[in-house]
Structures are given as structure tokens and as C-alpha cells.
Design a protein around this ligand. Structure first.
Ligand SMILES: [Zn+2]
Length: 396
């Protein structure tokens, strides 16, 4: 059984602060990528970097590291292997993947981690902290360090650090899944207490509607215009915004149009998104939304241009899968209460889980993400590392 005491909390917090200080907004992760590549190599992993960044005119990509399993060194393991565990040869078990993203949301330039006396770690208030996803990255790096230092028996491990996840997994979009040896694994990228894990996540489908009318003088001849903003407004007022059903939401997030107060507006652009735990429902809601805009366009005598893309696709991992059971067992061994939830946020696991890969997303010591109030705590970082280490050493 893995002990929490193995974790070097000073080193863990120091590394967290070091990585937070690296600017790495989406599409600008070159220094973070180079730093992590070197770290993984120093820890003995064979690391490859793909060319996903080429699609975004940057010279780095996703990092994939591999560490063969180890039977450990019983002479050096100093009593940390109870006799009953000797029979399982972890190095021969199937590999496990651990995944985090290298980018952060903005404001992200000049981030500084402030470690407070009560163990809370925040930014200085002018930027996000970047615990999303540095807290996951350091959990993995510290766990790998402990495996080495204490010669712990562990499974073959793959570490995937992706680029530009925060902009709908743009890095994973061009990651070659056939390069993976693992068929199951853990993405560390979820808020909530450590011990929480998401087994289902939604399809997220952003869309843009350009409503096209006809310009006219608002005073002399308003009747000869087709009011694009009124057309958009009529459509929006018919949309079931918010919770459409238990597993589906619809939002209009932006509206822009019109040139001057004395002109009947010719054009109005509306942006929004559908999310649903069912991909089919998401696409049905999208079609319905489009239909309502088309109806209103016809009624007003204008037209629309409708476009969308699949930001990410829904998945639901069966709770009976080993990837879930292993997580639950690791939590129980560490005294954490495992909690399996559905999330309404996407992550790289949305991409991973599309094929035969079985994955869940672990809460990894990050709170109030995507805001300048983002924080983590030393205790949660330790817990996240302990969980990661326990999974790496699991014989399940
Ligand atoms: Zn994240």
C-alpha cells in the first residue's frame, strides 16, 4: 500500500510554484513544454513530442512519455511491501495513462503563486493561478519522483501532457491515438475534493448564427428595411435557454449587430452553445435551434447563415470498468471517500474516450478555476499526489 508520508511536500509545493511562474496560455506553451519534456526525461521516461502545434503555427506539440514497469527493489523498499503483495508482478500488468494539459486560461501572464500560512495557495489576484492544470502536472511528476527514490514496484506508465486543452482540446485533436500503449487511464483535470472523479462528460457544440436583413433609413423608410436584430431577438426569445433537460443546456453567449441608431440593422451575429451528456440530444437541440432561427428569418423576410463545430464529444465510462474500480480501491486505501460524478465540463478525456480507451477524470486539487480567485491547498496537492502514486502502483 502506498503511504502518504512518502510525499515530499516541500518539493511538491516548490515545483508547483516554479511551474505556475511559467507563462503558458493556450498556443503559447513552448517554455512549459520544453520544461516538462526535460523533467520527464530526467525522471527516466522516453519522451516524444508530436507536431500538433504545426496546425496552430507553433513549434511544439503534445508530449508523450513512457516508463516501463518495475518490479521494484525489495532490498531498498524498506518494509513498504506487505508480504501478500509480493505475488503480483506490477511490471507485467497493462500500462496506465496519466494525462494533463500544459496550457492555462487567461489572464495568465506573470502568474505568481502565493503560499499562505494556512496552506492555501493563490495567485496575487491579477491572474489565474494555473492550478488548472499545474496541480495535476505536479501530482504526476512528484509521484514519478517517489517511484524512483523509493524503488517502488509500479506498472508501465504513459504520461501525456497536451497542448491547448482550454480551447476545446485543440492539441488532442491532432494527437495520434495509435501511439498510445495504454487502453485505460486517468486525466487529472477536475475541480472538487480529491477523491472525486467524473465518469461522464458532455458534447459541447458552439454555434454562430449570422442573421441577415436589409438596411434602411430608420426615420424616412423603416418599412423598407428587414430588421436583423429584431429577427435575432424573436428567435432567441423562443429558445429554451438554460437547462433544456436534466442532461442538456443551451446558451446564447454573444450578440452583435447594427451600425448606427438611425439605420435599420442589416446584420446581427449571435453566438451560443449546446452541451449535452448525450451527443445525439446535443445535435437534436442544435438542429432545433437552427430551425427556430430559420423560421424567424422567413417570417421577417431575411435569411441566416448557421455554422457550428463539435468542441468535444460526450462519453460515459461504465462504472463496472477496471479503471473505475481501481480508482475506488486506491481512494479507500488512502482513506478518501470516492465520489463518481457526471461533469458538465469537457476535458482531454472526451477525446481519449472516443475509441476503445477507458478513462475517468480525477479531481486534482484545483478550485474556482478560470477565475483570478483560483486556489489550491498544500493538503489537497499532497492528496492528489498520493492518489496518483497509488494508481501508478496499483495491482488491479
Ligand atoms: Zn483544465
Amino acid at each position: 500500500m502506498v503511504k502518504k508520508e512518502l510525499i515530499n511536500s516541500d518539493r511538491l509545493v516548490r515545483l508547483f510554484c516554479e511551474l505556475v511562474a511559467i507563462d503558458s496560455p493556450s498556443y503559447h506553451e513552448e517554455i512549459m513544454c520544453a520544461t516538462l519534456k526535460e523533467r520527464l526525461e530526467t525522471l527516466g521516461l522516453a519522451v516524444t513530442q508530436d507536431d500538433a502545434g504545426r496546425h496552430y503555427h507553433v513549434s511544439y506539440g503534445n508530449l508523450l512519455g513512457f516508463l516501463p514497469g518495475s518490479a521494484g527493489d525489495p532490498a531498498k523498499v524498506a518494509g513498504s511491501r506487505p508480504a501478500k503483495e509480493e505475488s503480483v508482478e506490477r511490471s507485467q500488468l497493462p500500462p496506465l495513462l496519466f494525462c494533463c494539459h500544459m496550457d492555462t486560461v487567461v489572464p495568465a501572464i506573470g502568474k505568481k503563486a502565493m503560499v499562505h500560512e494556512d496552506g492555501t495557495i493563490t495567485s496575487d489576484g491579477s491572474t489565474v493561478l494555473g492550478a488548472d492544470d499545474v496541480a495535476g502536472i505536479v501530482s504526476i511528476l512528484e509521484a514519478l519522483q517517489i517511484l524512483q527514490e523509493h524503488h517502488l514496484p509500479h506498472r508501465p506508465l504513459e504520461i501525456l501532457f497536451t497542448m491547448s486543452e482550454e480551447v476545446y482540446s485543440r492539441g488532442m485533436l491532432y494527437f495520434d491515438m495509435t501511439k498510445l500503449r495504454s487502453q485505460e487511464g486517468y486525466t487529472l483535470d477536475l475541480t472538487g475534493p480529491v477523491g472525486t472523479a467524473a465518469y461522464a462528460a458532455p458534447s459541447i457544440v458552439p454555434f454562430t448564427v449570422v442573421c441577415k436583413g436589409r438596411a434602411a433609413h430608420a426615420g424616412f423608410a423603416p418599412e423598407s428595411g428587414v430588421h436583423a436584430i429584431a429577427m435575432a431577438g424573436a428567435a432567441i426569445s423562443r429558445l429554451p435557454l438554460g437547462h433544456v433537460d436534466e442532461g442538456t443546456t443551451l446558451n446564447i453567449g454573444g450578440i452583435e449587430g447594427g451600425k448606427a441608431t438611425n439605420i435599420v440593422p442589416e446584420q446581427c451575429t449571435v453566438t451560443g452553445e449546446v452541451r449535452s451528456l448525450s451527443h445525439k440530444t446535443a445535435m437534436e437541440q442544435l438542429a432545433l435551434t437552427r430551425h427556430i432561427f430559420e423560421e424567424e428569418a422567413a417570417r421577417f423576410g431575411g435569411e441566416i447563415e448557421f455554422s457550428h463545430y463539435i468542441g468535444c464529444k460526450a462519453y460515459a465510462t461504465e462504472l463496472s470498468q477496471p479503471v473505475v474500480r481501481r480508482f475506488e480501491k486506491a481512494c479507500e486505501e488512502l482513506g478518501f471517500t470516492p465520489s463518481l460524478v457526471k461533469t458538465f465540463g469537457g476535458s482531454d478525456n472526451n477525446c481519449l474516450a472516443q475509441g476503445n480507451f477507458q478513462g475517468i477524470v480525477l479531481a486534482n486539487a484545483m478550485n474556482r478555476c478560470h477565475s483570478c480567485e483560483e486556489y489550491t491547498t498544500v493538503e489537497e496537492l499532497i492528496r492528489s499526489t498520493a492518489l496518483t502514486l497509488a494508481l501508478m502502483c496499483s495491482d488491479e
